[in-house]
Design a protein around this ligand. Structure first.
Ligand code: HEC
Length: 169
């Protein structure tokens, strides 16, 4: 019996190692599944909540560039930025119904669509006095929506500062 003891021990250890190996394999598979699931969930969440602030950053840049183009009387460029602003607002309206529990899409339509239409018409007319005045109306629309969405502290100015860009307007 005593001579058999080492063999029994080796057999038991081998069995136990096999058991551990299998446990490890199962745990790894569980982990892989979990990692896949987490990646998929965060991708879906990302898809569902595009960053409102980054859309706002584009709106601000394009509004300022539009103002600079107005100041230079560059109609083609004004039209280009007007189009960019329209596109960004459309995307916000399609993709962001709400943000932090605050209604966004509907308000964007209410505040911006009439202002955009008016600005669009005055750009078509080529009357720079009208264009300047409706540009101010457009910026007022931005600020009205900030007020309505508890962000009244974000105030966009209709005044055009000196050109900060390495771009000619
Ligand atoms: C639907 C309402 C709404 C409209 C329309 C709107 N905004 Fe905003 N804006 C917001 C909200 C809400 C925030 C705060 C976003 C956040 O919490 O991340 C914001 C944030 C901002 C910011 C701060 C983020 C930054 O990059 O500094 C700027 C600038 C801004 N908006 C510019 C504009 C401009 C310019 C327009 C018009 C062309 C505009 N917004 C139109 C609701 C609006």
């Amino acid at each position: 019996m005593e001579r058999l003891l080492p063999y029994i021990l080796i057999l038991a250890l081998t069995g136990f190692s096999f058991f551990l190996w299998q446990e490890n394999l199962e745990l790894r598979q569980d982990l892989d599944r979990l990692v896949d699931k987490t990646a998929a969930t965060s991708a879906a969440e990302h898809e569902e909540t595009p960053e409102l602030a980054s859309y706002m950053g584009s709106l601000q840049r394009h509004t300022l560039k539009c103002g600079l183009a107005i100041q230079s009387g560059n109609k083609e460029l004004v039209e280009f930025y007007l189009h960019e602003i329209e596109e960004t607002l459309e995307e916000i309206e399609e993709r962001i119904p709400e943000h932090d529990g605050i209604v966004i899409a509907k308000r964007s339509q209410n505040f911006m669509t009439p202002k955009l239409k008016q600005f669009d018409r005055s750009v078509d007319s080529g009357d720079w006095k009208r264009i300047k005045s409706d540009y101010k109306g457009l910026v007022a629309g931005c600020n009205d929506c900030h007020q309505a969405t508890e962000h009244g502290f974000i105030r966009i100015s209709p005044e055009i500062p000196a050109n900060p860009y390495n771009q000619e307007f």
